[in-house]
Design a protein around this ligand. Sequence first.
Ligand SMILES: C[S@@+](CC[C@H](N)C(=O)[O-])C[C@H]1O[C@@H](n2cnc3c(N)ncnc32)[C@H](O)[C@@H]1O
Length: 241
Amino acid sequence: MTVTLSRLVNLVLKLGKIINRTKNIYLEVLKQKIKLYLLIKIIDLKFMEKKEDFKGFNKDEYVPILRDESISFLYDLAKKLQPKTILEIGTYIGYSASILLSSSPNCTLDTVEIKEENANLARENLKNFGERAKVFCQDAKDFIETKLKEKKKYDFIFLDGPKGQYIRYLPILKELLESGGVLVADNVYFHGMVKMEGKIPHKHRSIVNNLRQFINEISIDSNLQTTIYDIGDGISVSYKN
Ligand SMILES: C[S@@+](CC[C@H](N)C(=O)[O-])C[C@H]1O[C@@H](n2cnc3c(N)ncnc32)[C@H](O)[C@@H]1O
């Protein structure tokens, strides 16, 4: 009886040591994984160009470039998905376009911007990407209608143009999107107003209503799997079935 008890105690002690060792190994692996993740992040950020270095960065009082947390989100998403063909609506001076091009080295990107000054600056800023980047100076609606006629397909669409028009663009963008592709839209909360209860200031009312309609459409469409992230000014991500 005493022998059995002491064996049992030994066994429990041994088991304890094994559990302890396993826990330590597990913690070490976790630490290495975190280190590797941070290292990759640092390398990624190093390769990302700074928006302040972009030509035209200081030209406007309000710089309508993606917020930092949204840039990071967009980069990570595109890096994970590695799209081959990207469409961006709303180029400005080409910063988010450069993020997308850097995230997916094998992609080509079409980006459309209505203002000639911005389109020219974007062409300058995206020179390094050569033929991979095409900047079109046109109204986005005309551009996507042309692409629809050409039966062009994209596997990643980034919508960052006029916010009040998202809902008008949606039916065409769904057609342009490849099955399994993703539609990402920025500013869907429009400075928080889309989620706000009560009266919306008159000058923003139609944009807010249109964005609410856009969110509703992408959320109920059975052909899309949509998630809305509370990042930056609200980012929607919709995968097409
Ligand atoms: C929010 S900014 C884009 C910022 C850019 N995506 C970035 O983060 O670097 C929106 C851009 O859409 C352009 N835009 C506005 N209306 C447009 C239209 N109807 N067609 C094409 N571009 C338009 C604006 O001139 C502006 O440069």
